[in-house]
Design a protein around this ligand. Structure first.
Ligand SMILES: *Cc1c(COP(=O)(O)O)cnc(C)c1O
Length: 359
């Protein structure tokens, strides 16, 4: 079987050239005489990989010098707990925006450490909008304001960075990091699991302003204390070495594509094509308010649920895989991250038009 167009929400498709390079370097990385998997994380070769990884990420996101970059384990989900543990810094409250399933999880986990103030919620609209900024409640005693920049399940994305009214802004960017330009200096902390838009699963990127490091609550496990990891270059214990290497290859690929600004333009084009086809049809529908639709995850429902199974089967017969929607939302979802070529979106658009024509 040849490689298919893979619309998985995560782990998700990787650039084919990255997989080929990993294949070519599987037995021996550069002149090291060994596979990356076999190297000591403290040795000179892996140190090169680690340094390039951080410097490429700093370059791609233009990360200011007063920010630390960590590559941790535990997934974005671990950060749901580690953020309050590390940056509450003695405060008892934190503000959260609730714009979908991932916001809800972050809120749920934070409640173990502080009082959560839900500044705004779009739950009543079944997470198809983002509440008007004017209605957000801010509490100046809160340690920070947390939001999910792209709701992977509901397909809702902030199109600009929200104002935090003086609070420290914290963002879960797991599913849209590196897909669009952001001004890192507006944030106190950005975090992302790598398996959506940066590589394989197994690494969590944390970008944190340096004054927020060093305030972990008593009892925070050392491997989850940002200060300890900063001091040790994210190597307080053995890191996920091979995954770091793969994320590094994806970053080099992104630089070859022209960086974040260039990929953002492609992402805009891909999303416009797909939403255009959905909006013009009578069979498919995307329920999200147009101004906050995600460029990365495009959920759509078919007018007749009985067509879901035939749709998925016919899609697979056409080389289009992993289109089943999340169980909580139903229908379909096409995830079109950086690595999804425009030709994959074109193939999907053609297929969904053809399926409507024949059903
Ligand atoms: C996938 C995802 C997560 C969870 O990531 P894990 O690495 O599985 O913990 C959290 N937030 C968002 C927005 C996601 O898309």
């Amino acid at each position: 079987m040849s490689r298919v167009h893979n619309f998985s929400a995560g782990p998700s498709a990787l650039p084919e050239s990255v997989l080929r390079q990993a294949q070519a370097e599987m037995l021996e990385w550069r002149d090291s005489g060994m596979s990356v998997m076999e190297m000591s994380h403290r040795g000179k070769y892996f140190s090169m990989i680690a340094e390039e990884l951080e410097s490429d990420l700093r370059e791609l996101l233009a990360i200011p010098a007063n920010y630390k970059v960590l590559f941790l384990q535990g997934g974005a989900s671990a950060q749901f707990s580690l953020i309050p543990q590390n940056i509450l810094n003695g405060k008892a409250k934190a503000c959260y925006l609730n714009t979908g399933a991932w916001s809800e999880k972050a809120i749920q986990d934070a409640k173990a450490y502080c009082e959560v103030i839900v500044s705004a919620s779009s739950e009543a609209s079944k997470f198809t909008q983002i509440p008007d900024f004017a209605s957000w409640k801010f509490d100046q005693d809160a340690a920070y304001l947390h939001y999910t920049s792209n709701e992977t399940i509901h397909g809702v994305e902030f199109q600009s960075t929200p104002e935090a009214k003086g609070l420290i802004l914290v963002s879960d960017m797991s599913s849209n990091i590196l897909s669009r330009k952001v001004d890192v200096s507006q944030f106190g902390l950005i975090y992302a699991g790598t398996q959506k838009n940066m590589g394989p699963a197994g690494v969590t990127v944390v970008i944190v302003r340096d004054d927020l490091v060093g305030h972990a609550a008593k009892g925070t496990p050392p491997v989850f204390d940002y200060a300890q990891q900063v001091k040790n270059g994210s190597m307080l214990n053995t890191p996920a070495t091979y995954n770091w290497y793969l994320v590094g290859l994806v970053l080099k690929w992104l630089k070859e594509q022209g960086g974040v600004a260039a990929i953002e333009q492609r992402n805009i084009n891909k999303a416009a094509k797909l939403y255009g086809v959905i909006d013009q049809s009578a069979l498919y529908k995307n329920p999200v308010e147009k101004t906050v639709r995600s460029r990365m995850n495009v959920p759509f429902i078919l007018a007749d649920e009985a067509l879901d199974k035939p749709f998925l089967a016919a899609a697979e017969a056409n080389g289009l895989f992993e289109l089943k929607g999340h169980r909580s939302v139903g229908g379909m979802r096409a995830s079109i991250y950086n690595a999804m070529p425009e030709s994959g979106v074109d193939a999907l658009c053609e297929f969904i038009k053809e399926f409507e024509r024949t059903h």
